[in-house]
Design a protein around this ligand. Structure first.
Ligand code: LHQ
Length: 258
């Protein structure tokens, strides 16, 4: 069975991290396969939203620690530069909405991969652990970048230093998540959200994502200039014309992602 399951349905690419017996911990093989699936999502016109979840009872336990100590393994030097950093940049640069559907524990690099997605939703029983300090490491996979931006400096420092388990409900209160659903509703609600996003004006969402990416480092003046440039591009899309036409004719828009 492949460590990454991939299926396209109704213009949503469903990606499942699939090593449930090892809590979906990442090996090199799995990280490289996920990279290639994200590339496929970027290039296929029929994919208009990406949905990432975990098989079994966890989202992902982060790096497979057995691989770290394996003399035949990739070694520390490659794990960030060849596995996780390219995953984060792929997700951030993918011109389509990426949803992390956190079904259970998300620990270490698994937690931070979820946090770098555009919209993070979680089951009530899910949790987030910055497990790094427990093994003498620092939060990687963008953790030191996302955490202070999502939850503020104080909470970020506490969560990163202590490595304690944050429940989905607390994570949502702190601003780490878009929504928490009951365990019973979770799969249906998370997939419904992806289905809605896949029917939206995909190019406008991609331009919004681009603007949000730059907002983290731009000055207000630079961001206003960027919004101006990107809005010109959005205004040229067929979906913009369709949206305005549908509004004026009091009908539902039919966006095609063009
Ligand atoms: C695992 C793992 C795992 C291997 C569970 N590896 N087997 C970057 C730079 C370079 C090096 C290091 O890493 C990184 C990035 C990182 O991600 S660092 C952080 C790595 N992750 C962790 O430290 C988390 C370790 N796992 C846990 O704390 C727990 O397993 C969690 C809280 C995820 C789940 O706990 P439980 O529900 O109690 O399950 P369990 O601990 O019994 O695990 C079940 C099995 O999964 C078990 O295998 P076994 O053969 O005994 O049944 C675990 O050994 C295995 N597993 N995480 N990361």
């Amino acid at each position: 069975m492949s460590s990454i399951l991939f299926e396209i349905r109704d213009q949503v690419a469903f990606i499942t991290l699939n090593r449930p017996e090892k809590m979906n911990a990442f090996t090199r093989e799995m990280a490289l396969l996920l990279q290639s699936k994200l590339d496929e999502c970027a290039s296929l016109h029929e994919v208009r939203a990406v949905f990432i979840t975990g098989a079994g009872r966890t989202f992902s336990a982060g790096q497979d620690l057995a691989e770290v100590v394996d003399p035949e393994g990739p070694g520390m030097a490659k794990i960030l530069s060849e596995h996780y950093n390219p995953l984060v940049t792929r997700i951030r640069n993918l011109p389509k909405p990426v949803i992390a559907a956190v079904n259970g524990v998300a620990a270490g690099a698994g937690a931070n991969l979820a946090l770098c997605c555009d919209i993070v939703v979680a089951a009530k029983s899910a949790s987030f652990i910055q497990a790094f300090s427990k093994i003498g490491l620092i939060p990687d996979t963008g953790g030191t970048w996302w955490l202070p931006r999502l939850v503020g400096w104080q909470k970020a420092a506490g969560i990163a230093f202590l490595g304690d388990k944050i429940s989905a409900e607390n994570a949502e209160k702190m601003g780490m998540l878009y929504a928490v659903y009951s365990d019973e509703e979770f799969t249906g609600a998370a997939r419904a959200l992806a289905a809605v996003l896949a029917q939206m004006p995909t190019r406008a969402l991609a331009l919004t994502k681009h603007a949000l990416n730059y907002s983290a480092t731009n000055t207000l003046e630079a961001q206003l200039q960027l919004e101006d440039e990107l809005q010109q591009k959005a205004a040229e899309t067929k979906d913009h014309a369709e949206g305005v036409n549908a509004f004026l004719n009091k009908r539902a828009p039919q966006f095609k992602g063009e």
